[in-house]
Design a protein around this ligand. Structure first.
Ligand SMILES: Nc1ncnc2c1ncn2[C@@H]1O[C@H](COP(=O)(O)OP(=O)(O)OP(=O)(O)O)[C@@H](O)[C@H]1O
Ligand SMILES: [Mg+2]
Length: 159
């Protein structure tokens, strides 16, 4: 039985096509979907956070810079990830999928996705064949390639 679907989302066009495919399948089979986004620019965000902490020790002196570091932080990380997840959830619900949940992780996308797939006992992973990466000549992205070969469940990559 196909009851639990893991859908890794990165906000790309191929990922949107994977969502359409997953939505149709899940609505038909009454399966649940977990949307998972992995924040992969951790070192950059850590640096920004440390910098912000240092600036905040003397807020009066660094007022303008504190603002700009704050906005750089929110653009580079969680806020954007949460927005991708919220949009994806809304999309799936509109398409008639009633059981949708979301999760966000920090780290290397492939590692975190494989970990989630193992611990969550999913029946299938549905994802884009490509993502936000720029190398159009390649047939598959590195994340979809790793998940296809290493995951223990069925993997569908959508073109
Ligand atoms: N950070 C991420 N969090 C969740 N899912 C992701 C993430 N990155 C990629 N994915 C999933 O993997 C699919 C394929 O993306 P992938 O990153 O492998 O291709 P790419 O960006 O074109 O290539 P590369 O990242 O190797 O340059 C995406 O459509 C999405 O479903
Ligand atoms: Mg990518």
């Amino acid at each position: 039985m196909l009851k639990r679907i893991l859908l890794p989302v990165d906000g790309s066009e191929p990922c949107l096509r994977a969502m359409s495919f997953a939505a149709e399948l899940a609505a038909e089979l009454k399966a649940s979907i977990l949307l998972l986004h992995v924040l992969d620019n951790l070192p950059a965000r850590r640096q920004l956070k440390d910098y912000l902490t240092a600036l905040e020790k003397n807020p009066a002196l660094h007022e303008a810079e504190i603002e700009s570091v704050r906005s750089a932080l929110s653009e580079s990380g969680e806020d954007q990830g949460m927005e991708i997840l919220a949009d994806a959830e809304q999309f799936l619900r509109k398409k008639g999928v009633s059981e949708v949940s979301t999760a966000i992780r920090d780290g290397d996308p492939s590692t975190e996705l494989l970990r989630a797939a193992e611990t969550g006992k999913y029946d299938m992973i549905i994802m884009g064949r490509r993502g936000l990466g720029g190398l159009k000549g390649l047939f598959m992205g590195s994340v979809s390639q790793k998940i296809s070969s290493l995951a223990n469940c069925a993997v569908v990559t959508v073109k």
